[in-house]
Design a protein around this ligand. Structure first.
Ligand code: ZN
Ligand code: ZN
Length: 343
């Protein structure tokens, strides 16, 4: 089977690899659609993300869906012909965190396209059956693949207790920000503001239903938020940009007693924040790391039509055009590129 392998920064090679056999608890999936994530692009450009370093050739891609073509002998929940989306992080199932249901925190987790574990830019993948979720017929594998970034958005909303009637500021209009906004809308929020510094992303967020977009280059975010919320601040800030200035201001624009959820990764993790603000205003600050137990919700939201994920896709390219596709994905105006595999 054909596999696109990252061999060095900015260099993909195609490798002919043996098609895997599914283990007794696994499904064999013919991959059809894989999203290009910011983390894939980061590995492509820099060969590392923090402590995760690409030391051996790595298959990128962790937002994937396809068709089951064979199942292991103990698999009862899937049949050949089912379309599935694959949850890319597989935890140990035995540790304290797994037992608490917080399996995204499992120290033994293996995660697609995170060194040393390979991802989904390949024709076939054998994957644990319980981390493959059947897609309803009305949900395409393109949409199914995007259950992954949507899951990040759902997890952020859950961490920030986003609920009916709430006001939310989403900081950052990339795919994660946009899908967090969609999840927040589905949760019943009444007012969503989205801030960014790229014109096209602001326009796109407005088209996708932000009540107000804030150009952080020109507008004073605190002032705009105050105006929109009668001076109180938003109930929840979802910080998806990773920009140090946006992270700092998130504690200023949230209401007293509100929630701040941090998902955007800054280049340098040390950012000065006024702790007195946090104490006096009784703020809840949450990190949000990947997700747990979100795939069923993501699929249900796609099936009901509450969330449109395909609308964030800018382009689709074949596996053989992967290098070109990554070039396009690096453009700051690109929201989401997809790789189509097979026919
Ligand atoms: Zn991703
Ligand atoms: Zn575990």
């Amino acid at each position: 089977m054909q596999t696109a392998v990252l061999t060095d920064s900015l260099e993909f090679e195609f490798e002919e690899r043996e098609r895997p056999d599914p283990g007794p608890e696994e499904v064999l999936v013919a991959i059809e659609s894989v999203g290009i994530c910011g983390s894939d692009v980061h590995y492509y450009r820099h060969g590392r993300i923090g402590e995760y370093v690409v030391e051996a050739p790595l298959v990128l891609g962790h937002e994937s869906a396809g068709e089951v073509i064979a199942v292991g002998e103990h698999v009862t929940e899937h049949d050949p012909g089912d379309c599935v989306t694959l949850e890319p992080g597989v935890p140990c199932r035995r540790c304290k965190y797994c037992k608490r249901g917080e399996y995204n925190l499992c120290p033994e987790v293996t995660f697609m396209a995170t060194p040393p574990d390979d991802g989904a830019f390949a024709e076939y993948l054998a994957w644990p059956a319980d981390f493959a979720y059947t897609l309803p017929e009305t949900v395409s594998t393109r949409a199914g693949a995007l259950c992954e970034p949507l899951s990040v958005g759902i997890q952020a909303c859950r961490r920030g207790s986003v609920g009916v009637g709430d006001s939310v500021l989403v900081s950052g209009g990339g795919p994660i920000g946009l899908l967090a906004m969609a999840a927040a809308r589905a949760a019943g929020t009444s007012e969503i503001l989205l801030s960014d510094v790229v014109d096209r992303k602001l326009e796109f967020a407005a088209e996708r239903g932000a009540d107000r977009v804030v150009d952080a280059r020109e507008e004073d975010l605190a002032e705009t938020v105050a105006t929109a919320t009668d001076g109180h601040g938003v109930d929840t800030v979802i910080e998806a940009s990773g920009a140090p200035s946006a992270i700092r201001s998130s504690v200023e624009v949230v209401r007293r007693g509100g929630d701040v959820v941090l998902i955007g990764l800054p280049g340098d993790g040390e950012i000065p924040i006024d702790v007195l603000d946090i104490i006096d205003n009784e703020l809840d600050i949450h990190g949000s790391f990947r997700y747990a137990n979100t795939y069923p919700a993501a699929i249900a939201l796609l099936e009901s039509g509450a969330i449109d994920v395909e609308g964030v896709i800018d382009f689709e390219a074949g596996l053989s055009e992967v290098e070109d596709a990554f070039g396009r994905a690096m453009d700051e105006e690109t929201v989401k590129g997809m790789i189509a595999i097979g026919d």
